[in-house]
Design a protein around this ligand. Structure first.
Ligand code: PK2
Ligand code: ZN
Length: 374
């Protein structure tokens, strides 16, 4: 059946693309930052807050929702959109990465990855077929294949063997959910570590299977920043031209702008939400640690260039007080601002690509975040 084109490129600036991704729950303007939901919520904020800060698409958490409350329960409640009352697009990762990052006890084999629940120690097996079934139960608009993300620093032999497993698993995911089988999109995940030739091999194998979108996995896992940027520069422009490109788990403001100039369309990262909760706030002038004594009597807004609820309403003195007093409101106000900063950054990139001024945006971000450089 003729597959409708789910992704349209509206403008370019070098390798950077301004695009539009269509999903069953609406269109996504790209480049886009995707706030990360952990156990069925983006910590400390509600769907109304997410809309208010300009979130378009958010991440659900396959691993956690499978373990609790259970993907079947979520399906019986009408799916994740209905369950968490988010009516926009949702992307879910396959959960394999989470198994590796959350579990000591796990076994990796051809069939899949066996692990023990970090909640009650019960044994589970994630196979390609199982993770497709879980994501179909959740009803996410973009599903990710089950892959193996080699630990940062893995040697070349390990990475070469691992990418073969990832391709075989990707093929089994595609067979479990063939193109055109439903409204959910299935994205492949390119592995290959920090080795250009293995990266190209992984991509060729996945492109041969055919996916609605392609992700760069295996980065932001402890490798040197220079290695990440080298692979990003090599592979970003090589990913299929007319499909959405997703750089998984990235990143800092400078990483995101660098990803965009290398042709990446979609990003997810826990930095804005996690750092909001430890008082590290991202602003147009760089990072602000709100707990610092210098803000005790500072009546100015956190970021004069930001129009979020937090910056429109409260002073730095008050935000510092809430944080020091461990008030729950501190988490919410800080998260609203940090999400707005990351979402505004990608919104500004969309405008910059249309205007051909991505280089200027990159220079501005590099100046505000000098510590983020390679
Ligand atoms: C932080 N760096 C990084 N993250 C990676 C991730 C996870 C991306 N974020 C998913 C969310 C995390 C919070 C809960 C909800 C899902 C990766 N995922 C997969 N499948 N494969 C990777 O190589 C892969 C590689 C990654 N590198
Ligand atoms: Zn703000």
């Amino acid at each position: 059946m003729e597959r409708q084109n789910i992704f349209t490129i509206l403008a370019r600036d070098g390798h950077a693309r301004r695009g539009r991704l269509s999903t069953a729950h609406g269109t996504v303007e790209t480049p886009v930052f995707m706030p990360v939901g952990t156990v069925g919520s983006v910590k400390a904020v509600c769907p109304a807050d997410l809309k208010d800060v300009g979130a378009q698409i958010i991440l659900g958490n396959t691993y956690h929702l499978y373990l609790r409350p259970g993907d079947e329960l979520v399906a019986r409640r009408g799916g994740l959109h209905r369950f968490m009352r988010w009516d926009g697009p949702i992307l879910t990762d396959s959960g394999g990465f989470q198994v590796f990052s959350l579990n000591e006890l796990r076994r990796l084999g051809e069939e899949g990855v066996e692990f023990r629940s970090h909640l009650d120690g019960s044994r589970h097996l994630f196979t390609p077929e199982k993770v497709v079934s879980i994501q179909r139960n959740l009803g996410s608009d973009v599903m990710m294949v089950l892959d193996e993300c080699p630990p940062g620093g893995s040697d070349r032999d390990y990475v070469a063997r691992s990418l073969g497993l990832t391709t075989r698993w990707a093929r089994r995911c595609r067979e479990a959910y063939p193109a055109g089988a439903g409204e959910q999109h299935l994205f492949g995940i390119v592995q290959g570590g920090i080795y250009e030739d293995l990266r190209e091999e992984s991509l060729a194998q996945l492109a041969g299977i055919g996916f609605e979108g392609y992700a760069l996995g295996g980065l932001s896992v402890g490798e040197k920043k220079a290695d990440m940027y080298r692979i990003l520069a090599h592979m970003g422009p090589r990913l299929p031209e007319n499909a959405p490109r997703y750089l998984m788990g990235v990143g800092t403001p400078l990483d995101i702008v660098t990803g965009i100039e290398n042709g990446i369309d979609m990003f997810d990262c826990v930095l804005p939400t996690r750092n909001a909760r430890n008082g590290t706030l991202y602003t147009s002038q760089g990072k602000v640690n709100i707990k610092r004594a210098e803000f005790r009597e500072d009546d100015s807004p956190l970021d004069p260039a930001c129009s979020c609820y937090t910056c429109r309403t409260f002073s730095r003195a008050y935000l510092r007080h809430l944080y020091v007093a461990k008030e729950i409101l501190s988490f919410r106000l800080n998260t609203i601002h940090n999400l707005r900063y990351f979402l505004d950054l990608t919104a500004r990139a969309r405008t910059a690509i249309e205007a051909g001024t991505m280089a200027a945006l990159k220079a501005e971000i590099a100046a505000a975040y000098p510590e983020d450089g390679a």
